[in-house]
Design a protein around this ligand. Structure first.
Ligand SMILES: Nc1ncnc2c1ncn2[C@@H]1O[C@H](COP(=O)(O)OP(=O)(O)OP(=O)(O)O)[C@@H](O)[C@H]1O
Length: 740
């Protein structure tokens, strides 16, 4: 059997990567020794395409690089599962494969392939190879078959379950995943606590048996036994410590990543618009995390053993056990009584901290405005008030927490005294020896110390629980991450449609944009005109998928945006906002954010097209030019040019440009116009503008007024061949759109 179809000839080795040029700061991506990153990503993308799914090259590369496995087969399976949540991969052999299961993966030597057709009569098996075609196929080789998830049967459930917050659910799942390790911790804890019981029994034996008779042989025998036990105690405690640390570290990593991803997944226009407050709320995660650190877990793990100690005290001294039992109930009561006042103060304190944080964020991010307009004094006063408020609330919170601890500690000491008193009466009644009382006092001291932690634990739990509620609330905002998001197309023309769309920003009662029906054919060059604040940017945001309509649908090639795979949408739609922000890092990071690393030649060509090459050549660090948070280090025009260069590298099918030339000089502006003129005929370009030179680029235009399309300027024109002159929109007509 030999692969008939081979793409090894077509599968070009990737062009020289920037990382290979030895420049600092660019990592070389190919880290797999047997299967190259290029082959793996192509294999993943090809399978996705054949199964009606989508994976961009960047996504496929990331999936392959982020998963680890001992062999290529497991790595491929893990990468597929990380790309498509809920999907599974079954394994079989070519001999057992049925045509309905195709396409399936095959891995032979260092090549990956996709089985397209099984052998039939004289016709050999058809395999699309990525990488070099193997010289020989083994007999009946193993294949991997991707399996899509079944339709969600829970949708038919009649019993509506109370929705659990996402953060709470993540913690539950995290703890469940670590249950085996926690069980081992509990097992080791049993040994540690048994040693504590044995050590108290040792003291009892010494007082009751050794001292009255001076039985030195027994004393040494018991002492050696105890010392051996203590050595084990040290070992057990070390092991337990390591295990607990591992659990809390892994939980922390998993949870913080989960929360970070969910946060990024929130719909931009539906999450809290107060960014400082948002950051402060996310920081609340710290207190949730602190609750699950080892100290709390230690306290929780040791708590059940309190009852074991009380049981042992009961066996030794009968009624004496009632004292620690009563103290247990009392401690729990104190904890619960403090719960309500703490809840109130906690909430007030939290609100004050969030407000203060929000203010700090605003002052830092709008430093220029505050300074240039002399707003320091106003913000200074507000800051002082906010600081006082947080101090007052913090003080109150501290006072109540400390009060709870002091009261508990008083009852703990009193309980110890009571334990001794009751013990003496039990000795008199003949139910206890002196040695027994000493043993009980040792065990009792330990029990009382553990129990006194209950109220502290309840206070800490309360704090964590409150933060958890905030996180749950934050993450309950509409998200871009949900199931049913696999729709995509490779072949259909990417027409855009708005159907009965109404869009209002959060907190606004009236829609800022509405359209009964709007159809933009693939390949159109559309100018969106209108006065300031009429809704042009809002329309572009809706088309870019960064804003989601409150009502109606935005469609691409007939597919509702809400059902489209996000990576596919991001790949086919390129969006340049009015004031593009850059991320901290290097210029190269910004140019290649979210796209597969292009070759150096491609980057340079793109920079030449947008005119940014001069800035890069002038800078001693070239493409490694450092960019600070938000894009500091680049002028407004340069930032716009960076955004445009990124689009040139991305090569989207739909370009959405929000006033692309707003900050560009005439030379750069002409370059951008040239870029648009050179785009393939089937590329759609939609731009907002106030400039006549840009309007001339359009084959269609409309004017927006008060969030509605009020005037269509030209009927839809079919994309024109490049050498045919485009009918321009007459200046007189567009004046109503405030065009200069
Ligand atoms: N984040 C926001 N939250 C609330 N309202 C907003 C937000 N962004 C814009 N708006 C409002 O929506 C309306 C439309 O704004 P949009 O940015 O779409 O206008 P525009 O036509 O692009 O204006 P310009 O030409 O000045 O860029 C405006 O009235 C504006 O006040």
């Amino acid at each position: 059997m030999k692969g008939e179809v081979s793409d090894s000839a077509n599968t070009k080795e990737p062009k020289k990567q920037l990382g290979e040029s030895g420049r600092p700061g660019i990592k070389t991506v190919d880290d797999d020794k047997s299967i190259s990153l290029h082959v793996a990503s192509k294999t993943l993308m090809d399978m996705a395409r054949r199964r009606g799914l989508h994976a961009s090259q960047f996504e496929a590369e990331q999936a392959w690089q982020q998963v680890t496995a001992t062999n290529s087969r497991d790595r491929l399976v893990a990468a597929w599962k990380s790309l498509y949540k809920g999907h599974a991969v079954a394994t079989s052999t070519v001999g057992l494969l049925s045509p309905s299961q195709l396409p399936a993966w095959i891995i032979v030597e260092n090549s990956m392939g996709v089985v397209l057709k099984l052998a039939e009569g004289d016709k050999p098996i058809q395999i699309q190879w990525f990488g070099a075609e193997p010289s020989k196929l083994p007999v009946n080789p193993e294949v991997m078959i991707p399996v899509a998830p079944m339709a969600d049967s829970s949708a038919e459930s009649f019993l509506k379950e109370e929705p659990v917050g996402q953060a709470s659910e993540a913690i539950r799942v995290g703890l469940k995943a670590h249950a085996p390790l926690l069980m081992r911790v509990a097992l080791v804890s049993i040994f540690i606590n048994v040693i504590a019981v044995v050590s108290s029994l040792f003291v009892m034996q010494v007082y009751d048996r050794v001292v009255p008779n001076f039985a030195y042989a027994t004393l040494w025998f018991l002492a050696v036994g105890m010392l051996v036990m203590y050595v084990f105690d040290v070992l057990f405690k070390l092991v337990r410590h390591k295990m607990m640390d591992a659990v809390s570290k892994r939980l922390d990593e998993a949870l913080s990543l989960f929360i970070f991803e969910r946060l990024l997944g929130l719909k931009l226009d539906r999450r809290s618009s107060r960014q400082g407050s948002l950051v402060a709320q996310v920081r609340d995660y710290e207190s949730v995390k602190q609750f699950f650190t080892s100290s709390t877990l230690f306290a929780l793990v040791d708590l059940p053993f309190v009852f074991m100690f009380i049981g042992v005290i009961y066996l030794i001294a009968g009624p004496v056990a009632l004292v620690p039992l009563a103290f247990t109930v009392l401690s729990a009561l104190i904890g619960f009584m403090a719960y309500k006042p703490l809840a109130r103060i906690q909430q007030e304190n939290n609100d004050a901290v969030v407000r203060r944080q929000g203010m700090l964020f605003e002052v830092v991010s709008s430093g220029e405005v505050v300074k240039s307009q002399g707003g320091e004094a106003k913000f200074g006063d507000a800051w002082l008030n906010a600081t006082r408020e947080t101090c007052d609330r913090g003080e109150e919170l501290n006072y109540v927490s400390t009060l709870v601890q002091i009261i508990t500690s008083f009852f703990q000491q009193a309980s110890y005294v009571f334990l001794i008193i009751v013990g003496v009466y039990v000795i008199e009644a003949g139910g206890l020896t002196v040695g027994g009382l000493i043993a009980c006092s040792i065990l009792g001291g330990r029990t009382l110390a553990s129990i006194s932690g209950i109220s502290g634990l309840l206070v800490r739990w309360h704090h964590a629980n409150y933060s958890l509620k905030i996180l749950n609330q934050l993450l309950s905002a509409p998200s871009d991450i949900h199931s049913n998001r696999e729709a995509n197309t490779y072949s259909m023309p990417l027409h855009l449609d708005l159907k009965e769309v109404k869009y209002a920003y959060t907190g606004s009662y009236l829609p800022q944009f509405s359209a009964e029906s709007l159809h933009i054919a693939a390949g159109s060059k559309v100018a969106v005109l209108g006065r300031n604040g009429c809704g042009k940017s809002t329309l572009l945001k809706l088309l870019a998928g960064v804003a989601t309509p409150n009502q109606g649908e935005v469609r691409i090639a007939g597919l509702n945006y809400e059902n489209c795979r996000l990576s596919w949408l991001r790949e086919v739609i390129g969006y340049l906002p009015q004031d593009p922000r850059l991320i901290s890092g290097t210029l190269l990071d910004n140019l290649t954010l979210g796209i597969s690393m292009p070759s150096e030649e491609e980057i340079v060509a793109a920079l030449e097209k947008t005119g940014l090459i001069e800035a890069v050549q002038r800078h001693p660090m070239g493409l490694q030019l450092p960019i600070a948070e938000g894009g500091a280090g680049m002028s407004g025009g340069q930032r716009q040019a960076v955004g445009l260069t990124r689009l040139v590298l991305q090569k989207p099918k739909i370009w959405l440009l929000d006033e692309p030339a707003a900050s560009l000089d005439s030379v750069l502006e002409q370059k951008v116009i040239d870029i648009i003129n050179e785009l393939p005929a089937d590329t759609t370009v939609i731009f907002t503008t106030h400039k006549q030179s840009w309007v001339n680029l359009a084959t269609r235009g409309f004017i927006i007024h008060n969030g509605e399309i009020v005037k269509e300027l030209l009927p839809e024109l079919a994309p024109q061949p490049k050498n045919v002159e485009k009918p321009a929109i007459a200046p007189s007509v567009v004046n109503v759109g405030n065009v200069q």
